[in-house]
Design a protein around this ligand. Structure first.
Ligand SMILES: [Zn+2]
Length: 170
């Protein structure tokens, strides 16, 4: 049983022993329409209706890897919040030369900030609340500042990019 908690804006599983990554699967339905059904990184069309070993499989990606976020220490927003989740194709997320725990190049960070500010301005209050609560921010500038304060730690490590970018007609 998977749920999206509109109170705290986190995706989670109701089964305590369930794998956290499986619990995050429900984020695909919420986030993919905002990406026009395409991978956040390489722009490939993705789907949740293909087998999970296909490149086109829609994975839920933690933009800021949990492993590094947890090392930053206190006061870090929950890594499973909407603010940190994007949908990536399987190849980008965990295929050969995939992202894994490598922070992406700066332009993707800027896309994430823009998207989170869009969510803040959204008519869907669940997304707006999710961003505000996770980042403890109530203005667009505060969202930017809070994310920059986190990106500060990742900037020296940033550099991952997909091997190939797909075009809208592909
Ligand atoms: Zn991709």
């Amino acid at each position: 049983m998977l749920s999206y908690d509109q109170e705290d804006g986190l995706f989670y599983s109701e089964l305590e022993n369930d794998n956290q990554r499986i619990g995050l699967r429900s984020a695909v339905d919420t986030l993919l329409p905002y990406q026009n059904g395409r991978c956040f990184y390489c722009n490939r069309k993705v789907s949740k209706f293909v087998l999970s070993h296909y490149d086109e499989f829609a994975d839920v990606d933690h933009f800021f890897p949990i492993s590094i976020l947890s090392r930053i220490g206190k006061d870090v927003p929950n890594p499973n919040g909407v603010w940190n989740l994007v949908i990536a194709c399987k190849k980008c997320n965990r295929g050969q030369n995939g992202k894994f725990d490598a922070p992406p190049i700066n332009e993707y960070y800027e896309s994430l900030v823009t998207r989170n500010i869009l969510f803040f301005e959204e008519h869907r209050h669940s997304l707006k609340n999710a961003i505000c609560l996770s980042l403890n921010a109530t203005t667009k500038q505060a969202i930017r500042n809070r994310m920059d304060s986190i990106y500060f730690y990742f900037k020296p490590l940033a550099g991952w990019r997909p091997e190939r970018i797909f075009h809208s007609e592909d």
